[in-house]
Design a protein around this ligand. Structure first.
Ligand code: FAD
Length: 475
């Protein structure tokens, strides 16, 4: 009575429902991971992320090895090859059941439904579990039975319905008897995905043990000041756990459970640092529910359909300036250089750079969304698309389209001493704390090896407001 456990974005042995239940109900289990290089390219997954995932896969193989659970790593190219590849393996090793944790993108669901259908035709049951979110997407709805479209009532409803049992992480499966398999996994997988970020192994080491250490250190040292510090990019005031959460090396339930314990079980009272952090985990949850409830966002359509008629500008030179960190707006440029150098960007700066591209430059948010995916180590369709559409006012922002950051004021407010800018733009390091935010503001003739601003903020603000207003008048 063997069970085949298919790992995807759940690269862990702890709190893994498919693995846990398979090991409870089968005499022995075998793990499998499919490689989808063509699909990953189509989805613009970055080499930083794929390199990190391959390292986490190696760590998972070791963890499973300690439990005598073999892990098969099999090439499948694209999602449409998954059902046949898995069936071949199930038949080769005579495995009568398949176990997996659901994923919520449109193409992932289609892949899993196709797999389940093929397995059922062969009388092999497919057991599907839920682990990516606290609530199964679709199970939190408003009074009218509809999906929430804005965050705050979604969060309120989640807080009302969540139970302690739901938050109890599952243990790792017990060690099973050795199960030798005749199968050779490809070696040095990470070499197929040469990371573009610097020192990736030092910044983002792989594995469950590392993720838990980071979570614990954050809970002990940082979380209590999270509400005060999380918006300042020069301070390590956030958890930087997103790469592990995206790879599923760590589960949201583990994070929520431990943070809640640190807050004596209080969801929205108690330590403000902890409650604010719980709220951020719920943003992650919210966007996954949106992805599931509004499949058009998986297809890169606007969440607010009426905004599809916005006329974006076509300007490859401006796009390039944004991508390379040469817009002449120091905070924007420093942020873009952080992204391309490390594969990660601070949340405040993701909002600043996304609004700058979509509003100041009036370039299509999809161009920015794609560029982020091509570099982010934590690239996640739900959060990235959600964040981009929120910033571009085509998405779930409850505020109207006229919410627009001024990149210079953001810089003065959140990097007042220019520490973050100095780290990423050494060419501006000698400027004083006032001038560093807008070097040419008082002196357009300044001799600097740094470009002048590519747009004027108030002119560009007026232009985007008119574009949105025109949209309204067409309705
Ligand atoms: P913390 O502040 O410690 O928060 C803890 C966790 O909560 C994060 O790891 C993340 O899983 C979740 N979280 C926090 N804020 C958000 C949010 N606004 N939306 C969704 N989840 C959130 N996050 C990704 O994981 N992948 C992405 O591809 C991604 N793209 C983004 C694009 C844009 C334009 C914007 C505005 C935000 C994006 N985010 C994305 C959300 C957020 O910026 C990152 O999750 C956060 O910066 C990660 O840092 P952290 O782990 O230190 O977060």
């Amino acid at each position: 009575n063997l069970g085949l456990v298919w790992f995807r974005s759940d690269l862990r042995v702890l709190d893994n429902p498919a693995l846990y239940h398979a090991s409870q109900q089968c005499s022995q289990v075998i793990g499998v991971y499919l490689l989808f290089p063509r699909q990953w390219r189509l989805q613009h997954d970055s080499n930083n992320k794929l390199y990190f995932w391959m390292q986490n896969l190696k760590a998972l193989e070791n963890e499973l090895g300690r439990l005598n659970i073999p892990l098969i790593i099999a090439p499948a190219e694209s999602f449409n090859k998954a059902p046949a590849t898995l069936l071949k393996l199930a038949e080769k090793f005579t495995i009568p059941s398949l176990w997996l944790n659901d994923e919520y993108g449109v193409y992932e669901q289609q892949r899993d439904d196709d797999t389940e259908r093929l397995f059922r035709q062969k009388n092999i049951p497919c057991h599907r579990y839920h682990q990516q979110t606290l609530f199964i997407p679709g199970t939190l709805r408003n009074m009218q039975g509809q999906y929430f479209k804005v965050f705050t009532p979604f969060k309120r409803s989640l807080f009302q319905r969540i139970t302690p049992e739901q938050l109890q992480p599952l243990p790792a499966p017990e060690k099973q008897a050795p199960l030798p398999l005749e199968y050779t996994n490809p070696e040095s997988l990470e070499q197929h995905f040469p990371a573009t970020a610097r020192n990736i192994d030092d910044h983002w080491p792989a594995g469950e043990a590392v993720a838990h250490n980071r979570l614990n250190t954050f809970l002990v040292n940082t979380i209590e000041q999270y509400h005060n510090q999380r918006d300042f990019p020069a301070i390590a005031g956030t958890s930087s756990l997103s790469p592990w959460l995206t790879a599923g090396t760590l589960s949201v339930r583990q994070c929520f459970h431990q943070a809640l314990q640190a807050n004596n079980g209080e969801l929205d009272t108690g330590n403000p640092g902890i409650t604010t952090w719980l709220g951020e985990l719920i943003w992650r949850e919210f966007y996954k529910h949106i992805l599931y409830g509004f499949p058009r966002v998986s297809r890169h359509r606007a969440f607010k359909p009426e905004t599809e008629r916005l006329t974006w500008r076509n300007d490859p030179t401006l796009l390039k300036a944004w991508q390379t960190g040469e817009t002449g707006f120091p905070l924007v440029d420093a942020a873009m250089r952080q992204l391309t150098s490390t594969g990660w960007m601070h949340n405040r700066l993701r909002m600043v750079t996304a609004m700058f591209l979509s509003k100041n430059l009036l370039l299509d948010w999809r161009l920015g969304e794609q560029f982020f995916m091509e570099h982010l180590i934590d690239g996640d369709l739900a959060a990235n698309n959600g964040g981009w559409q929120w910033s571009a006012s085509t998405g779930t922002d409850a505020a109207p389209y006229f919410r627009m950051f001024n990149p210079t004021s953001q810089s003065e407010k959140f990097d007042s001493e220019g520490a973050f800018i100095r780290q990423w733009l050494p060419e501006l390091a000698h400027l004083d704390n006032r001038r560093i935010h807008a070097p040419y503001q008082k002196n357009s003739q300044l001799a600097l090896s740094y470009p002048p601003p590519v747009v004027n903020h108030s002119d560009s603000r007026q232009r985007v407001m008119e574009a949105f207003k025109a949209l309204k008048s067409q309705l």
